[in-house]
Design a protein around this ligand. Structure first.
Ligand code: SF4
Length: 481
């Protein structure tokens, strides 16, 4: 490390220490990530190590969120005690495995396995030499009888332990388990026989076992041949919001969805989530026949505010703002003059190369008979012309049309000040929207297959991006002004 880097490190530690005396531990975590360049994850050469590092950081962020839900004292010292107890009790849950993040092959030992962790497991070298365990020989060191508090269990303990490990390793597969063994291995080059543990496991599984003998030179033949030319695009399962993130900046998508770098939860999304939750509950009660007026919703909002563990201290003005927005909406035609059919309805859009999952805030029945999806907005109203190009609106329109099997639907954005923007999506609109969404999904599948996620820097976008401290192009865009 050079002197300048060491000095910077010392300065960062001083600043973080000072911040630790006053900041919420979650803010401190974000400050530490930014000061350290996300712990140098970008400089990590190995893709797998990067993925695991991102997953570890994300897990720590989640644990700190859980801690903040549980404790009113959110200083770092209390958080460290909480994490210490979690570690000792192993209640923190497993770190997300890299397999959960991306396709790939992971090499593991049989020790420490828990079960059902992987879709497909290959348990190799299932030979007697490897999986029989060592039978104790007379030359092994024996403890004097006086030092053994109780007699050993019957049988050979070493073999029993190997058998236990073998069966535990066999439980790691969720979908498919493949045992392999060869009749001979190069070192030592003697004949090998299959472990009796495997014979026992196969007899237990009966008809579900498929046994296959491969010729001695088959290793080359079974290796997958990647076709030359165009990459093979795998069908993706994504969220509708992934398409928006990818289209705004593929590099940001990479940091967020593939590397799983933690991001600072912002006050806007916390506020929006609370408002949505109150409206979801209000609409459900209304559908159940209750009279839900502005006063009822105002008291629901106040209760939600009291219970929330979000950054209320720093954004106290949002309490009155939220009540005023909800009262205004409850007295508007968007709430009064409608029949609510469904609330918080999950949907999946079938696109070329991807299935995109989303959720409708509300589905309404209108007198004109056109199926209508409603989305609540806490921001400023936009004109219909601008909304027709909105990715989320297009996605909702296509999803509703696919679900209702119709070629005319409507999407309404309900702004809580009372304004409603309604867009009718006809056959031509739906065809184009499906084409645009599919083109984005195809680009995303291609990027996932090649691992290429180029940045799309712009001052406006980068200054709001959580990754501007680690993204060279983002930093350059901000410096260029
Ligand atoms: S800083 Fe800018 S270019 Fe970099 S990831 Fe964020 S949005 Fe993309």
């Amino acid at each position: 490390m050079d002197l300048a880097a060491a000095q910077r490190c010392v300065q960062d530690i001083h600043e973080l220490h000072a911040a630790s005396l006053r900041e919420d531990v979650r803010d401190l975590f974000q400050l530490a990530l930014e000061a350290s360049g996300f712990l140098g994850i970008i400089d990590e050469q190995s893709g797998v190590a990067r993925l695991q590092m991102g997953a570890n950081l994300n897990k720590l962020g989640e644990l700190l969120e859980t801690f903040a839900d549980w404790s009113d004292d959110r200083r770092v010292s209390t958080a460290l005690r909480y994490l210490g107890v979690l570690r000792d009790s192993r209640e923190g849950g497993e770190l997300p495995s890299i397999e959960a993040i991306e396709d790939g092959v992971v090499l593991l030992t049989a020790h420490g396995s828990k079960g059902l962790e992987w879709p497909v497991v290959f348990l190799s070298r299932c030979t007697e030499r490897r999986w029989q365990g060592r039978t104790r020989s007379s030359s092994d060191l024996q403890l004097p009888d006086d030092l053994v508090p109780e007699p050993p269990p019957p049988g050979d303990v070493a073999v029993d332990e190997e058998r236990r490990l073998f069966y535990v390793a066999s439980t790691r597969a969720r979908d498919r388990l493949v045992y392999t063994w060869a009749r001979s291995y190069p070192q030592p080059s003697s004949e090998e026989s299959c472990t009796p543990f495997l014979t026992m496991a196969m007899s237990l599984r009966g008809g579900s076992v498929l046994s296959k003998e491969l010729p001695a030179d088959s290793t080359v033949a079974v290796r997958a041949q990647r076709p030359s030319g165009a990459p093979v695009l795998q069908r993706l399962s994504i969220a509708v919001s992934d398409l928006g993130v990818f289209r705004s900046c593929p590099r940001r998508y990479n940091y967020l969805r593939r590397w799983h770098l933690p991001v600072r939860p912002d006050a806007r999304s916390w506020y929006g989530t609370m408002i949505h939750e109150v409206l979801r509950s209000a609409a459900t009660r209304r559908m159940a026949g209750e009279a839900v007026n502005a006063d009822v919703v105002a008291s629901m909002w106040q209760a939600a505010w009291e219970q929330s563990r979000g950054p209320k201290g720093r954004h106290a003005e949002l309490r009155a703002h939220g009540e005023a927005q909800l009262r205004g909406y409850l007295e508007s035609p968007g709430w009064i003059d409608t029949t609510i059919d469904q609330v918080e309805e999950p949907v999946t859009i079938s696109l070329d190369h991807a299935d995109a999952a989303g959720r409708f805030d509300r589905v309404d029945r209108r007198t004109d008979g056109i199926p209508t999806v409603v989305d609540y907005k806490t921001g400023r109203p936009k004109e219909e012309a601008a909304l027709r190009a909105d990715l989320q609106l297009r996605a909702y329109a296509v999803a509703l049309a696919q679900r209702e099997q119709t070629d005319e639907v409507a999407v309404e954005f309900h702004y809580l000040q009372g304004a409603v923007t309604r867009v009718i999506a006809d056959k031509g609109f739906l065809r184009k929207a499906h084409g645009h969404l599919s083109a984005t999904a195809r680009e995303l599948a291609l990027a996932s297959s090649t691992g290429s996620f180029p940045p799309k820097p712009s001052r406006w976008q980068c200054q709001r991006c959580d990754f501007r401290t680690v993204c060279d192009e983002g930093r350059a865009a901000l410096l260029a002004g």
